[in-house]
Design a protein around this ligand. Structure first.
Ligand code: SF4
Length: 187
């Protein structure tokens, strides 16, 4: 006799977006469907320079398993990534490289600053260290800590997912978004 393994009955599915349903149909808006798909299929580009990168590796590994949030496909090509994760000390000499990576990413793109160094320069208040990556690229979510624990990294990813799910499809063409990029000298 064939039986269904118990593990297959405990799979959690993503809740459906708000909408109207009935027998055999479900209707919602395009924004919500696209937001749901993007939220659960983020492709992060890890830009790791130091110790926070090791914490990120722990977050990716089996114990914390970022794949549970649909983000297990890391991209080391900016053109196939939509979430730039900057982790570690960014020297001023490296700042143009971070910015170039950001500019090579296609819209829509999001940025997560992981740890004190990426967020504010951390303990390295020196002439050679960039005092936060938001001086060169717009940041969506900051993760505090030195280093942040994997739980904090996961929390940061969840905050990014909230933004991604609820972002209007028109935001990237809005005057406010263009003004934001112009502040950074980008088009
Ligand atoms: S925030 Fe702390 S752990 Fe992270 S890169 Fe800086 S010094 Fe290292």
């Amino acid at each position: 006799m064939n039986t269904i393994p118990s593990s297959s009955t405990s799979v959690n599915t993503v809740p459906s977006p708000e909408g109207h349903g009935g027998p055999g149909f479900f209707a919602t808006s395009l924004d919500k469907v696209v937001g749901l798909a993007r939220k659960n299929s983020l492709w992060p580009l890890p830009f790791a320079t130091s110790c926070c990168g090791i914490e990120f590796m722990a977050t990716m590994a089996a114990h914390y398993d970022l794949g549970r949030f649909g983000s297990e496909r890391l991209s080391f090509s900016p053109r196939q990534a939509d979430l730039l994760m900057v982790m570690g000390t960014i020297a001023k000499k490296m700042a143009p490289v971070v910015r170039q990576v950001y500019e090579q990413m296609a819209e829509p793109r999001w940025v997560l600053a992981m740890g004190a160094c990426a967020s504010s320069g951390g303990i390295f208040d020196t002439y050679s260290v960039l005092q936060g990556i938001d001086r060169i690229v717009p940041v969506d979510v900051y993760i505090p800590g030195c280093p942040p624990r994997p739980e904090q990294v996961i929390d940061g990813i969840l905050r990014i997912q909230d933004l991604v799910q609820n972002e209007s499809l028109r935001r990237r063409n809005s005057p406010e978004y263009k003004a934001l990029l112009e502040k950074y000298g980008m088009k």
